[in-house]
Design a protein around this ligand. Structure first.
Ligand code: CA
Length: 230
């Protein structure tokens, strides 16, 4: 397993190299976005740790280019505290997950492990997903359960795709509002987050075997929602 580190801050880059080589990973480390894209798209990299503020090519654009070239490459963004807008841009550009600096080594290793397991199980852009006896045909906006084909709205498909893609973690309601509804980060209030709950409740009625005990979309108390299986 080869991990590419794209980080211009030398001390952090070196600390990451030490940590990951110590854990038995093969590691490449580069200090700018352009070289990062060259290495990340070359084919022998299995996972990327990507800083956002980078010289020559910023992390968001680097992420977009790597994602275009390699749709299933796991990309974990390393972002400075307080730069929520950047984090959102990174996710929109196709990153799988993010970690806020400063982070502990245990948390980083856990995220890497989750992304590895995910990548091993299924391609990240699955259009047809089977879970708990329900077949979700996302490309055709249909859910098949018990021989019935139930139509899904574009928004419902967006939610399912987003939760599935980010199934290594719980997704906050505010993130769904930003990503699926396109709401600006500074204009999200209590009423709007309830919109998410109502939409998910309707979706559960369609796809869950037993909406009272959901197993496809689970509620994560105090956070939001998560895909039922990792
Ligand atoms: Ca930086």
């Amino acid at each position: 397993m080869r991990i590419l580190i794209v980080e211009d801050e030398r001390s952090l880059r070196e600390a990451l190299v030490d940590l990951l080589t110590g854990r038995g990973f093969a590691v490449d480390a580069v200090a700018d976005g352009l070289v990062g894209v060259e290495r990340g798209t070359s084919g022998d990299v299995d996972l990327v740790l990507l800083d956002l503020a980078l010289p020559r090519l910023d992390g968001v654009e680097a992420c977009r280019r790597m994602r275009m070239a390699r749709p299933a490459l796991p990309i974990l963004i390393l972002t400075a505290r307080g730069s929520e807008e950047d984090r959102v841009k990174g996710l929109q550009a196709g990153a799988d997950d993010y970690l806020t600096k400063p982070f502990g080594s245990a948390e980083l290793l856990a995220r890497i492990d989750a992304l590895r397991r995910r990548a091993a199980i299924a391609p990240s852009d699955a259009e047809r997903v089977e879970i708990d006896g329900c077949v979700l045909d996302l490309g055709r906006c249909l859910a098949h359960r018990n021989g019935d084909a139930l139509p899904l709205t574009a928004r419902e498909v967006g939610i399912l795709r987003w939760l599935h893609r980010h199934r290594a973690r719980a997704v906050p309601r505010t993130e769904l509002l930003q990503m699926i509804w396109g709401a600006p980060a500074n204009a999200i209030d209590e009423i709007e987050t309830r919109t998410v709950d109502m939409t998910i409740a309707n979706l559960r009625q369609k796809i869950e075997r037993e909406p009272a005990e959901p197993r496809i979309i689970v509620t994560v108390k105090g956070v939001g929602y998560a895909w039922g299986e990792q």
